[in-house]
Design a protein around this ligand. Structure first.
Ligand SMILES: [Mg+2]
Length: 330
């Protein structure tokens, strides 16, 4: 499989930082997104940083260590270098480190029973403070010990945005796994899955990575678009990860294939095809909402966000299409 890279000016009027090259997702046979994808010019640095975080935040020989290594050994690119390709390099390394700790935490806690997992989320949340001081942290939990210094650097890099960032991370930990058991209806599953897959966190870091923020008014005007994009992101992960998740030992499976099987009494293969239909439908819905929004005047920040989040969602499909993680059976 050959994927062509080309310079980053997707359109002459591009409003995102020129810190990436675009890649031809459509060269990959199973890629289906309508959106473009790119890779950061700092991809090698991100990969090295993620290797270091994996060593610190997970125990040697553990399942989460193995998963972290698989996650960051995609020859087509690291998930953060691809999905967050619009972030300035120094910001990219920090946001990737923060989110990577959350992903390792998710891998550790997803096979705990729900009550025990919620306790672990609360424990990790204790370091989410503006005055976090890594030198005085008293904990042997490797995820807490890794998160504290990264968080300190992230706060210091952009103090003005730090209070909102801390609140966003607290909300992530309080909501991504706040419902036990399995879902039987997509209508109930999809809103939960947006938070559960970390979309609100990623959407925030897309903005933080470019050093920008959307005003409340701007955000409200694109909220429905963002929800549709969140559905695309979470369900795309479900579509590609079904094969490694279907036999997972958990009291709360988070995969739309399972939900559709229960809701419509169909086989896994039929449910997976239905899921692909829902994803494509949500992409169309997002595209229509964007078209509608652009009929009215839009700020530079909105234009920037549209472009970057589409690279994020397209990049996610590209990464899932190429990642060994989804071809490796654990
Ligand atoms: Mg999954």
């Amino acid at each position: 499989m050959q994927v062509t890279a080309r310079p980053s000016d997707i359109t002459p009027s591009s409003s995102v930082p020129s810190v990436f090259t675009t890649v031809e997702g459509h060269d990959v046979p199973v890629f289906f997104s309508r959106y473009p994808a790119g890779i950061s010019i700092a991809a090698a640095d991100v990969e090295a940083a993620m290797y270091a975080i994996g060593e610190l935040a997970s125990k040697a020989g553990s399942r989460e260590r193995r998963r972290a290594l698989i996650r960051h050994t995609n020859p087509y690119g690291d998930p953060f270098a691809v999905c967050h390709c619009t972030a300035f390099p120094e910001r990219l390394a920090l946001l990737s480190s923060l989110v990577e700790v959350m992903w390792i935490h998710d891998d550790v806690t997803e096979e705990m029973d729900h009550t025990e997992a919620c306790r672990a989320h609360d424990e990790l949340a204790t370091v989410l403070r503006l005055d976090v001081d890594p030198s005085s942290l008293e904990s042997n939990n490797p995820r807490l010990k890794t998160l504290a210094p990264v968080l300190r650097k992230t706060i210091d890099m952009d103090p003005e945005k730090a209070p909102a960032m801390i609140e966003m991370l607290k909300t992530y930990l309080a909501t991504f796994d706040n419902i036990g058991g399995n879902f039987t209806r997509m209508e109930e599953y999809m809103p939960h899955r947006i938070a559960n897959c970390g979309y609100w966190m990623s959407s925030y870091f897309i903005r933080w990575g470019m050093g920008m923020a959307l005003s409340d008014e701007d955000y409200a005007s694109i909220e429905q678009y963002d929800i549709a994009m969140g559905n695309v992101l979470g369900l795309t992960n479900d579509y590609f990860s079904w094969n490694i998740e279907k036999d997972q030992q958990t009291d709360r499976m988070r995969n739309g294939v399972m939900v559709l099987m229960k809701e419509h009494h169909v086989t896994a293969d039929a449910a997976r095809m239905m899921l692909l239909g829902i994803i494509v439908d949500e992409e169309s819905r997002a595209a229509k909402l964007k078209e509608e929004r652009l009929k009215r005047p839009a700020s530079q920040e909105i234009l920037q966000y549209f472009e970057a989040i589409e690279l994020y969602v397209g990049g996610s499909c590209y990464w899932h299409s190429t990642a060994p993680r989804y071809q490796v059976y654990e």
